[in-house]
Design a protein around this ligand. Structure first.
Ligand SMILES: Nc1ncnc2c1ncn2[C@@H]1O[C@H](COP(=O)(O)OP(=O)(O)OP(=O)(O)O)[C@@H](O)[C@H]1O
Ligand SMILES: [Mg+2]
Length: 428
């Protein structure tokens, strides 16, 4: 391989990824597990799409998997500009920022201490102050580039450590972060509070969802999300868990996270959980709840990168907790698309899913239709019952009261509509 990088999982050297040739095209990517890793006591595959084998892998399956570790859209462009990288070159971006990716994956030179004499400021407030008025999309993600931090997604974000006194710092090279920090969106003001509502409400009604806090950093509102890909002892994160999202696990590039663009369907996601991975009843329940809850709160953006698998070093496998649950429905229709990211029956809008769409969804994904309708109704009841108090709680923590009042009104109305679809008398 002409250009090769080490791949580490849980800190262990497991493979090499490289690119051969001059065109940076998906066909040129290569990946090979190391023989010593394959011979070790308990090797686990990096991905469902990269089973343990001696022979090298070549082509798009690798380009897609590694490309999914990288930031998207305007955030990515900001980092590319700051680091003077060629645009849209996933390999170059991986070389630059792949040192600390989601889960337990690290790509490139081994993490170590900074060069002698190179002092890196780690206090986030200070770094943001020093950055001055640069508030473009990706400004916070760019703060992590010198430490080679990479997180996927279209929104700006940075991996941080929350200290016991609440102060936020950037991890030293190789140190695991504890939280993901997402600043308020410039393009969609109010998004932070809406994501907080979506996630807090999910936990309140008993779904397995990440824990969030509303914070201010500098003069900016932000959402502090606790990482689920860490193990904890005495409340302190001790080590990393590995994760891959459903684009990675199903072999799609990040650009195809929406089904309408050619990406995976809910049927394919369910098939992975039910038949290929055999994750069992808890995972199947969680997957159904993720779809049902997304429809109830109007989260049209529940795409294949917003669903992940979580792996322990010992080979344990489960669905990651729900994250990135945003009631898009409550944002102006001119700003965001309401078409469900993954199709549910033939519904063209997230607020127009009918009883018959639920039945089609059940048939396509292998659930009993009556079970689906009952579960959707149960969750819609729970949302209607709890949304008021969750919203009050968030307002007392600093959320915008007017924004949340409007969101509560819209979501309650939608939950009511969903309920009527499920509880129609002509059961079928
Ligand atoms: N709490 C968490 N712990 C660990 N990893 C997470 C957590 N939340 C998100 N991730 C990982 O980071 C990625 C990006 O996060 P998230 O979906 O919140 O970002 P986003 O920019 O809002 O996404 P989108 O592009 O869907 O708008 C996820 O796909 C997931 O792999
Ligand atoms: Mg996301």
């Amino acid at each position: 391989m002409s250009d090769t990088l080490d791949v580490r999982l849980f800190g262990q050297l497991i493979a090499q990824v490289g690119i051969e040739g001059d065109y940076r095209s998906p066909e040129e990517w290569r990946f090979q597990y190391r023989p010593d890793y394959l011979a070790s006591t308990q090797p686990i595959p990096l991905s469902v799409t990269l089973p343990l084998q001696d022979e090298p892998f070549a082509g798009a399956v690798i380009a897609n998997w590694f490309g999914n570790l990288l930031p998207e859209g305007a955030v990515r462009e900001t980092i590319e500009r700051r680091l003077r990288l060629p645009p849209r070159d996933n390999f170059a971006l991986l070389v630059a920022i792949g040192g600390e990716c989601a889960g337990a994956v690290s790509v490139g030179p081994e993490a170590g201490s900074p060069e002698p004499g190179q002092k890196m400021e780690s206090d986030l407030e200070t770094l943001i102050r020093e950055q001055g008025n640069d508030v473009g999309d990706g400004a916070w993600a760019a703060l992590g580039s010198p430490r080679r931090l990479s997180l996927a997604g279209a929104q700006d974000k940075i991996a941080v450590i929350r200290m016991a006194d609440g102060r936020l710092t950037l991890p030293a090279i190789g140190e695991p972060s504890t939280h993901i920090l997402k600043p308020e969106s410039r393009r969609l003001p109010g998004l932070r509070d809406l994501e907080a509502l979506g996630l807090r409400l999910a936990r309140t009604i008993g779904l397995n969802a990440v824990q969030v806090r509303l914070v201010r950093v500098g003069d900016r509102r932000a959402l502090l999300v606790e990482r689920y890909d860490r193990t904890h002892e005495d409340g302190k994160p001790t080590s990393r868990l590995h994760q891959e999202d459903f684009c990675q696990a199903l072999g799609y590039p990040a650009e195809l996270k929406y089904e309408s663009l050619g990406g995976p369907s809910l049927a394919r996601c369910a098939d992975l959980i039910r038949n290929r991975m055999r994750l069992g009843p808890n995972a199947l329940q969680q997957f159904l709840d993720w779809v049902a809850y997304s429809v109830i709160i109007g989260n049209a953006d529940a795409h294949a990168k917003n669903l992940s698998l979580l792996y322990t070093p010992e080979g344990g496998r489960q669905l990651a907790p729900c994250y990135d649950l945003v009631p898009i429905l409550t944002l102006p229709e001119s700003m965001v698309d309401r078409e469900p990211a993954l199709r549910i029956g033939i519904a063209r809008r997230i607020d127009a899913v009918t009883r018959s769409d639920w039945q089609s969804f059940a048939m396509a994904t292998g659930y009993a239709p009556r079970f689906v309708l009952e579960r959707v109704a149960t969750l819609a009841h729970a949302v209607a019952a709890s949304i008021g108090s969750v919203s009050d709680q968030l307002v007392s923590e600093g959320a915008d009261a007017k924004r949340l009042e409007a969101a509560v009104f819209a979501i309650s109305g939608n939950a009511d509509r969903v309920l009527r679809q499920c509880e129609r008398m002509d059961q079928g």
